[in-house]
Design a protein around this ligand. Structure first.
Ligand code: HEM
Length: 143
């Protein structure tokens, strides 16, 4: 994997982010999570849980889940400092008009948190991902 081979080198866009969970001594949060394969597998578990949960499954009824999984993997990779460009819609636009409530948001957040924990992500890293995601609550619920 080129990102492994190049060690801590990240793209300019991710290197510019001061809130991406980077540390100077242990690579980016993206690297600590295990890179592309590990994040893709967390995302698979995350959407499997969502589709099994009747409180939120309905939101995804007419959604192309392969594209959804791919975009979510890109998105999480890019917010954690990975060398990946997210090519999907912006968070406010992607969730506009769906009527997502804070309660829905909490359900989804809990599934992400549990999926990270299941994958064996260290507590501090899991909390760092959840902080990045919590910062998106307002645009996602449309505030
Ligand atoms: C917890 C933080 C969340 C993150 C990081 C997130 C991220 C994303 C991303 C990256 C996309 C893909 C956009 C695209 O393909 O252009 C997306 C789409 C979508 N999200 Fe979220 N999301 C979050 C919360 C939620 C919540 C709470 C709901 C509903 C309960 C939700 C429902 C959806 C749906 C239905 C789509 C598909 C839109 C479409 O293809 O028409 N998301 N989200």
């Amino acid at each position: 994997m080129s990102e492994r081979a190049t060690g801590r080198v990240v793209t300019e866009t991710s290197a510019d982010r001061s809130d991406s969970g980077d540390t100077t001594d242990d690579g980016t949060l993206y690297e600590r999570l295990g890179g592309h394969e590990a994040i893709a597998s967390v995302v698979d578990e995350f959407y499997d849980r969502m589709l099994d949960d009747e409180r939120v499954a309905g939101f995804f009824e007419n959604v192309d889940m392969a594209s959804q999984r791919a975009h979510q993997t890109q998105f999480l990779s890019s917010v954690t400092g990975g060398p990946v460009e997210y090519s999907g819609a912006d968070m406010r636009e992607a969730h506009e008009g769906m009527g997502i409530t804070d309660e829905d948001y909490d359900v989804v957040g809990a599934h992400l948190d549990a999926s990270l924990a299941d994958a064996g992500v260290a507590d501090a890293d899991r909390e760092a991902v959840m902080e990045e995601v919590e910062a998106l609550r307002d645009p996602i619920v449309g505030r």
